[in-house]
Ligand binder design. Structure first.
Ligand SMILES: [Zn+2]
Length: 73
């Protein structure tokens, strides 16, 4: 019986390419950057990453430049 293999999260789009370790590291960064981050202005979790280092808060609608992949506490 064929078993469906599970592609590893966001790195699944690469298939078997680029090596296991590299893909695992990418998942760590990407899963974090896609979460709603905590806003440094209104302290609510509503900040979304628009591009490299560009963030926008959905709660207070501020757009600002900060860390590249995810916001540190
Ligand atoms: Zn905010």
């Amino acid at each position: 019986m064929p078993t469906k293999s599970k592609k590893s999260k966001s790195a699944g789009r690469f298939g078997s390419r680029y090596g296991k370790k590299v893909r695992a590291r990418l998942v760590g960064v990407e899963s974090k950057q896609r979460l709603k981050q905590k806003c440094p202005f209104c302290k609510k979790p509503g900040v979304k990453r628009l591009s490299k280092g560009i963030w926008e808060c959905s709660k207070c609608s501020k757009k600002f430049a900060s860390d590249t992949f995810y916001l540190e506490e």
